[in-house]
Design a protein around this ligand. Structure first.
Ligand code: 9MR
Length: 371
């Protein structure tokens, strides 16, 4: 009797151990790109540090979890053409080689953006803004040379990035001020000429904002009315656990209705308070550090993690629902430690916006969305 009891105990302990290690294995091997392979590409943004010095563990995570990658910084114009007519493709070529070795699809980010453009781009040698014709030629040259260089290696490009303000008007950037509102049409025209096989995107943040939604719809219609091609809209998706998913989905549906694909291009979901409650990714936004704005510097609380889990499940339900019109969901980074959100809009905070923690382990919601 005692012997039987001991045997049952032994078997159940063995079974528990086996089940434990099987589920640990399942957890280790759970892969975002595998889980969504019939729905959309799953991606991440990479920085050059990861490309060159990333640990084997980090590189394995990048390889096994993501089917597509985008350069966080090394394909912006200030890096690619720091001096007029002097192109520097070194970092970007290295980044793309890594992606190719991993069998990952590459997105080009970005061709025309007011930010991270080299100072010379808009000025003559006396420091005065150039005239319209010179600006158009500089834009054409940049787009032709960059897209020409990467032809066949980049699936699609963020042709114009962040051209719309919160009130729905066009941003008064140097491109707008010098060329006029047709700079967007010209950029899409040049991009199509440079590589007719590459997909062309308009990319922006705060796309849940109804004014921006309306303006993007107008922009798609305007491009099409001028015989130009736009393949998809990139909703950057720098969100927080309090973002309004109803408005977000409404924008997604409005773009789809215009006959383009949609993508979440820079997804991260902050758990930290945004000081003035006007969530934005406008890089010039800056608030002074205060302890009260950095509540999770020693670790996220269970309640907050649960709130994020819940938000991510709701968000991915929306993505699944629209999967036939969504081509890609790209996170803006791999681990929380890499995220720009730790310094934006308040420097020196500890945020938890990405699928993997500082210890490279998946967040609880990664398992939930895979399930
Ligand atoms: O994550 C990028 C950060 O490392 C750079 O310092 C910053 C400079 O502008 O750009 C960040 O990426 C931005 C992206 O290129 C466009 N959308 C907003 C992103 C976050 O600022």
């Amino acid at each position: 009797m005692v012997k039987d009891f001991m045997l049952v105990r032994l078997v159940s302990v063995l079974l528990m151990l086996f089940a434990g290690s099987a589920s640990a294995k399942a957890q280790q091997t759970a892969s975002l790109k595998e889980a969504f392979k019939n729905d959309f590409l799953i991606g991440t943004a990479l920085n050059m540090w990861q490309v060159r010095h990333g640990s084997e563990q980090t590189k394995e995570l990048i390889r096994s979890q993501f089917s597509t990658v985008v350069a966080e910084n090394c394909m912006k114009s200030e890096v690619l053409q720091p001096v007029e007519n002097v192109f520097n493709f070194k970092d970007a070529d290295e980044f793309i080689s890594l992606a190719e070795n991993n069998g990952q699809v590459v997105t080009g980010h970005c061709l025309v953006w007011h930010s991270q453009a080299p100072a010379w781009f808009f000025h003559n040698d006396k420091g005065v803004l150039v005239d319209r014709q010179t600006m158009i030629e500089r834009m054409r040259k940049h787009i032709y040379t960059v897209m020409g260089h990467f032809k066949g290696r980049v699936k699609g490009w963020d042709v114009v990035n962040e051209a719309i303000e919160f009130d729905g008007s066009l941003r008064k950037s140097n491109f707008y001020n010098i060329i006029g509102e047709d700079y967007i049409r010209l950029a899409f025209q040049f991009a199509h000429e440079a590589d007719p096989d590459a997909e062309l995107y308009y990319n922006d943040y705060s796309m849940d904002n109804p004014n921006k939604r309306e303006a993007v719809v107008k922009l798609i219609r305007d491009l099409k009315a001028h015989g130009l091609r736009i393949d998809a809209v990139g909703m950057q998706s720098h969100l927080s656990t309090t973002s309004n998913l109803k408005e977000y989905e409404e924008s997604m549906e409005a773009f789809i209705k215009e006959g383009v694909k949609v993508m979440a291009t820079e997804l991260d979901v902050s758990v930290l308070p945004f000081p003035n409650h006007q969530m934005t990714a406008e890089i010039s936004t800056n608030f002074e550090y205060q302890e009260a704005l950095n509540p999770y510097k020693k670790g996220i609380t269970e309640e907050k993690q649960a709130e994020q889990n819940d938000f991510m499940v709701k968000l991915f339900k929306i993505y699944k629902k629209h999967a036939k019109d969504i081509t890609r969901i790209t996170f803006w980074g791999v681990t929380d430690g890499d995220s720009w959100k730790n310094d934006f809009p308040v420097p020196g905070r500890t945020d938890y916006p990405l699928p993997f923690g500082r210890d490279l382990k998946p967040k609880p919601w990664v398992y939930l969305i895979i399930k």
